[in-house]
Design a protein around this ligand. Structure first.
Ligand code: AMP
Length: 293
């Protein structure tokens, strides 16, 4: 695997494969790899001729300087794991390669970024994400880019970014990889104390409780949400938000119908965690195709 630090070098490396019509896949990451990251890389390895993984802890998407400083970093271990998977290029630029002095441009997606994480982390978070992802797309010009369902709102926002700016890249969103007790893998999980690590499994239980309610026929999002809240309360977790929203638009629902996403964010012992669960409600009675003519 080739570790690359500059955009010039990256473009030079990708010139030939692009000319030869090879399929180039990009996996954007902030490092501290876990099975979630590795699942995206394996998928890219399976689907593409050339796999580029970017490793860049993007300072502009952190709304809290302490969070940026504390963000786990282990570039040598990361390089070893990416090599094992067969990644071709690990693009790990320094901050001034991505944000040279005088950098003054922001790419911003309206609407979708003004709810959920956008409310709780502030507008700058998604502006940081969309700006760096737009830059990575321009640097790599991938045919396809891989993102995790774990960051569901981010995936919806990036699909909109690509559509609105006519960026010629296919977006693949891959399932959330979880620990055995259901906790979604996250680079931030290393900050959890053993006791908080155990409590954190309640996030997934809460999402499952909402899903189970819907599967059992609940159509009131407020009632399904209450089920999730009581699961969190049992673990003494006070969420920042728990919502059932449209999976496409992230808009709040008045009644459960169509593709629904249960989403939540909660601090667990000082570590802020997010998780979500796509929910497909069973068809309404009478709309199951068995209706008489
Ligand atoms: P990050 O390094 O946290 O910015 O994540 C890089 C990519 O990995 C993003 O597309 C995330 O959504 C994805 N990702 C993070 N955690 C998981 C997980 N547990 N399962 C699947 N994908 C994940």
């Amino acid at each position: 695997m080739n570790v690359i630090r500059t955009v010039t070098e990256l473009r030079a490396e990708l010139l030939e494969p692009r000319r030869a019509g090879r399929r180039i896949g990009l996996v954007p990451t902030m490092g501290a790899f876990h099975e979630g990251h590795l699942s995206l890389m394996r998928r890219a390895r399976r689907d593409c001729d050339v796999v580029v993984v970017s490793l860049f802890v993007n300072p502009t998407q952190f709304n809290d300087a302490g969070d940026l400083d504390a963000y786990p970093r282990d570039p040598e271990r990361d390089a070893g794991l990416a090599t094992e998977i067969g990644v071709d290029y690990l693009f790990a630029p320094p901050v001034d390669e991505v944000y040279p002095s005088g950098f003054a441009t922001t790419v911003s997606v309206a609407g979708l970024t003004e709810t959920l994480e956008g409310v709780h982390r502030g507008r700058a978070h998604f502006d940081g994400v969309t700006t760096v992802v737009a830059k990575l797309f321009n640097m790599v010009s991938p045919d396809v880019a891989y993102f995790g369902q774990k960051d569901a709102q981010q995936a919806v926002v990036i699909r909109r970014l690509v559509r609105d700016l006519d960026i010629p890249v296919a977006i693949e969103v891959c399932p959330t990889v979880r620990e055995a007790d259901g906790l979604a893998m996250s680079s931030r999980n290393v900050h959890l104390s053993p006791a908080d690590r155990t409590r954190a499994a309640a996030l997934h239980r809460a999402l499952r409780a909402a899903q189970d309610a819907v599967t059992a026929g609940e159509r009131d999002p407020g009632a399904a949400r209450e089920r999730a809240l009581s699961e969190l309360a049992r673990a003494d977790i006070e969420p920042e938000y728990v919502e059932l929203v449209s999976a496409d638009t992230l808009a709040p629902l008045h009644r459960i119908a169509g593709d629904v996403l249960a989403v939540l964010a909660a601090p667990v012992g000082g570590t802020r965690l997010i998780d979500n669960q796509p929910i497909l409600p069973p068809p309404e009675a009478g709309s199951n195709g068995n209706r008489r003519p």
